[in-house]
Design a binder for this molecule. Sequence first.
Ligand code: THU
Length: 157
Amino acid sequence: MKNIEIVTPIEVKEYAELTPQEARLVELARQATHRSYAPYSHFSVGAAILLDNNEIITGSNQENAAFSSGTCAERTACFYAGASYPDAKFKAIAVAARDASEDFVMRPVPPCGACRQALLQYETLADDNVKVLLVGRNEIYILPSIKSLLPLSFTEF
Ligand code: THU
């Protein structure tokens, strides 16, 4: 028998410690929460994706009366980026969220499993790590890749 341990490295930064490029992506993700349509959960999520052509694509969660038809902020941004710039590679994504109190959540919100799988495909296409910035009220979690959020992932197709 042997054991395998999978470790997820997370760098935790305060706002003042972000690079200018990180701070810009975080700010755009925060702004995108204001374009969320979340009449059911009252949980407003924003995502901002930096592409290798220097474009930044934003998205927000868009809910629907037929619940399963709604989509998360990350997939809104990721599919919009893919549809708008099919040849561009993803470099980084920032995700921010506000709850019913309208304040940004204290603890950074990580993407759901479906979003991790969707994003992983674009990381695979980019053939390079896509940095992940998860935005909390006072701290930002920075992960080196989508794969680090989805270990033992399925990428065969
Ligand atoms: N949501 C996102 O947009 N991204 C996440 O990472 C987690 C959840 C949305 C889906 C739904 O509209 C609301 O947040 C509550 O789950």
